[in-house]
Design a protein around this ligand. Sequence first.
Ligand SMILES: [Zn+2]
Length: 235
Amino acid sequence: MIPESFVQELLARIDIVDVVERYVPLRKAGANYSACCPFHSEKTPSFTVSPSKQFYHCFGCGAHGSAIGFLMQHAGIGFIEAIEELASSAGLQVPHEERNRAERAKKAPLTEVMARAMHFYREQLKATPKAVDYLKNRGLTGEIAAKFALGYAPDGWQGLQQVFPDYNDPALVECGLVIVNEQGRRYDRFRDRVMFPILDQRGNVIGFGGRVIGQGEPKYLNSPETPLFEKGRDL
Ligand SMILES: [Zn+2]
């Protein structure tokens, strides 16, 4: 968990104009900056960035938020990842609150969630000829796919709803399987990807790596850091 005080400190230290400008060329327009919106297609600029209020707003599509929200929306990453990236660009170290015993005890259901997701992805692979063909073309047999529990995350925004009827369950977000955007909408992190489960020493699924089948970015997408999965320790 990242303390809220750190989020506030980070927002105070960075300038949203600098952050947006890394991705979108901005033009000064009075007190604000403007550009053609990166989130919808347009010919005349309706996207503005306010240095005094430290937010962006699009009068065309309604996109709106802080520097953190911009990075999440523009790079398609989660809240914690956006914080990490902004902190490193500002030279700040992200403090992670000590996990107490209650939080550690919550780990068990999370591994169940991950196991259920893995089974779902495996079933989806069997039912998706283009994903099977992709693996075959890379020299991976059905035997290998079974041995490593390879799977396929279907194309679509909420594929996991098929196995998690309670799609709003916070555990899905905590596991890094579902992303919540600034508008509160939830969607699957992994879509139209071949899925490689990452296991711990006891054989629990603690994360996934997903590779796009066709064109698309990023080519490889890994689970974010979660209570189950700490990249520095587990990879
Ligand atoms: Zn827009």
